[in-house]
Design a binder for this molecule. Structure first.
Ligand code: PRX
Length: 652
């Protein structure tokens, strides 16, 4: 929890101004799923009725009695309803004319391709659900999933949902210790893993890694191994089972378990301010309504679309916008197993071209990598099928937005910059692509039915200016708890303000048009001489310079001003780093923001410490810049980066 006195957001000074605006074309609006501006007003007048209208589009075994019961922080949505998430993502499409429609078009990193129709998914999911039952898994049991991005990952998730088992997907890039910690916190009974997975041409030996975790996971009774390649491993008789063998013996049909709307669907671990990850709990009915509605309106999904969300199912984006949301909509999707630069830096554009991708959803960190690699990579490919682009995961700096718009979207695709969190389950602040005039760097407005505010520490609403981002009305896909820790749930999210509104942990500003600009976590705010600057704004100013590709800015102690800026900067390939460039960059930032933002130090570095999901770990940079011993590096994609940076910093 940030120190509220130190992070008093009343005085966040938003100094970077962004004047560009992009209106949706009349042609896009004419065909959009959300084409009527009244949608905002309608939802505002009757939010429960608005959400219920989407719930009506799902298939319920028994209709709900009441839309919402709410007493902060406890919400119940679609009370009394019975529903199955897998049935809504698979069975109903098989029955309603989409039996032969491609559901998943999968590309493995080495280049193989598999296409599964909705019928194929139906068959596989039913059989695997029976296999899980055969291994003793019942409604409410927790199942851990540690798989590469293969179709069996999605099949496993849906098979759990079918029988009412709670899935806990652990990103395959996590270490054995992290896996064990998550298995133990959830007391999972079964683990689904694979012999291995591919990443940049290397094999990640998942079962071998999982075996280390399994030394200390007493709750695990069985392990299922998906055969991805022909990678060596040890099979423990009695405990370990091959997926393909189980499937040979499994019956074809498994009756879906009709779940109470509020029964748990999954747990997903995310990091908080303490070292212990939080198991975010999502339930069934409301989550499905939220992901279904946002997929339909934000990604404008049509039967003929080919949607590609590049996120791994190990993260919430993969849960909501690869599995549940798009599949509840009956979408056709591309899934890719590997790295964007394997075998070459144009792999993504090759995939877009080969599969005729129409809607593409990725993260700013990826976009900045593409910028760094240069526009020749996308330019060599036919990207003309694209009609809509999305961004998620962190604030997108205006220059990356513009590059995405120009070089990927061909200046014709709307961009939806979607703000949300593991906790919110679904997109909360976003343009609607046929309705919203976008501004590069702004997630624009709350989705219809969502109420967001900027608040001061004491809870006053800031109509225009900066402060804390709050969600002030319950929404269907909201988290229902932190697994096994109701106190932490309450303290982290619901007690900041007296009225029990949801505290996002993010700082944001609202401009004169009422647009929201999410500035990043409030603990990433720097206070210089009593003025607050978002690290994001300083970073945007840096990245705006043609020689800079990526940067992370942290606050360091300054005797006179309280804090000063230290910047870690990655330059475009081929640019020479020298003192003159350092001075020019400082001047550039001053020009963009003001003298207050002049960085004290700049360290040039080819790499920045990032988590496996691509988030820059500013905490470690703060440690380096302050001369402290860097803290826990175990969640980094490449822990050696910190040592290298530290040495460089000390030499500098
Ligand atoms: O700080 C916000 C940032 O990512 C946080 C949520 O992270 P996580 O739970 O891992 O979920 C990421 C995928 C939904 C938020 O608190 N964030 C996410 N999307 C945006 C964003 N910041 C600015 N703009 C966004 N579009």
């Amino acid at each position: 929890m940030p120190d509220s006195a130190q992070h008093d957001a009343q005085t966040i000074h938003v100094l970077l101004e962004e004047g560009r605006a992009f209106k949706p074309s009349a042609a896009f609006t004419a065909q959009a799923n959300a084409a009527d501006k009244d949608i905002y007003e309608r939802a505002e007048k009757d939010p429960e009725g608005f959400w219920a209208s989407f719930a009506e589009e799902l298939d319920w075994h028994k209709k709900w009695d009441k839309v919402l019961e709410w007493e902060s922080p406890d919400a119940k949505w679609f009370v009394g309803g019975k529903i199955n998430a897998c049935y809504n993502c698979v069975d109903r499409h098989v029955q309603n004319g989409k039996r032969n429609k491609a559901a998943l078009i999968w590309e493995g990193e080495p280049g193989e391709k598999r296409t599964l129709t909705y019928w194929d998914v139906y068959r596989e999911v039913n059989k695997f659900a029976n296999a899980l039952k055969g291994l003793g898994i019942k409604k409410g049991d927790r199942v851990a999933i540690y798989l590469p991005m293969v179709p069996e990952l999605i099949i496993s998730v849906l098979a759990c949902a079918r029988i009412g088992a709670v899935h806990s997907v652990v990103f395959a890039g996590f270490s054995p210790e992290a896996l064990a910690e998550r298995i133990n916190d959830a007391e999972a009974k079964l683990l689904i893993t694979a012999d291995g997975g591919f990443r940049r041409g290397m094999i990640i030996p998942l079962k071998h890694d999982a075996d280390f975790a399994l030394i200390n996971t007493p709750s695990i009774e069985s392990v299922v191994i998906v055969k991805r390649g022909d990678f060596p491993l040890r099979v423990k008789e009695g405990r370990d089972h091959w997926y393909h063998r189980l499937m040979q013996e499994a019956d074809n049909y498994c009756e879906p378990e009709w779940m109470d709307s509020e029964d748990m669907l999954y747990i997903l671990y995310t990091s908080g301010t303490t070292g212990k990850p939080k198991g975010i709990v999502h339930t069934t009915g409301g989550y499905l309504v939220g992901t279904y509605a946002t997929s339909k309106l934000v990604f404008d999904l049509k039967p003929e679309d080919v949607f590609w969300c590049t996120a791994d199912v190990g993260w919430v984006t993969g849960h909501s916008y690869l599995v549940y949301g798009p599949m509840a909509n009956g979408a056709t999707q591309v899934i890719y197993e590997g790295a964007p630069d394997w075998p070459d830096r144009d792999r993504f554009w090759q995939i877009v071209e080969n599969n005729g991708v129409t809607v593409f959803y990725t993260a700013p960190t990826a976009i900045r990598a593409f910028m760094r690699w240069g526009e020749d990579e996308p330019d060599r490919h036919d990207l003309s099928t694209l009609r809509l682009l999305g961004s998620v995961g962190e604030p997108i700096n205006p220059e990356a937005w513009m590059w995405y718009h120009k070089h990927i979207g061909g200046e014709k695709c709307p961009i939806v910059d979607t703000w949300w969190q593991t906790e919110t389950g679904a997109i909360m602040i976003t343009p609607l692509p046929g309705l919203t005039t976008t501004k590069p760097g702004s997630a624009t407005r709350p989705f219809p039915g969502i109420k967001a505010e900027i608040r001061t520490d004491s809870g006053e609403v800031v109509e225009q200016g900066g402060g804390y981002l709050a969600l002030t009305r319950p929404w269907p896909s909201m988290l229902r708890g932190i697994y096994g820790d109701p106190e932490r749930f309450r303290d982290t999210y619901w007690t900041k303000w007296k009225d029990g509104a949801y505290f996002t942990g993010d700082g944001a500003k609202r401009d004169a048009d009422g647009y929201f600009w999410v500035l990043g976590r409030v603990d990433d705010v720097i206070n210089i001489a009593g003025h607050r600057l978002s690290t994001m704004e300083v970073e945007s100013a840096f990245v705006d310079h043609p020689d800079v590709v990526e940067t992370a800015v942290v606050g360091v102690a300054d005797e006179i001003k309280g804090q000063a800026i230290a910047a870690f900067v990655t330059l475009r390939e081929g640019v020479e780093m020298d003192d003159r460039l350092e001075e020019r960059l400082k001047e550039h930032v001053v020009r963009k923001i003001g003298a207050i933002a002049r960085p004290r130090q700049i360290l040039f570095s080819a790499e920045l410490p990032k988590t496996r999901s691509g988030k820059i770990m500013r905490r470690l940079l703060r440690d380096i810049a302050s001369g402290r011993v860097p803290g826990d590096t175990s969640t980094l994609a490449d822990p050696t980066v910190v040592e290298k940076l530290k040495r460089r910093y000390e030499e500098d």
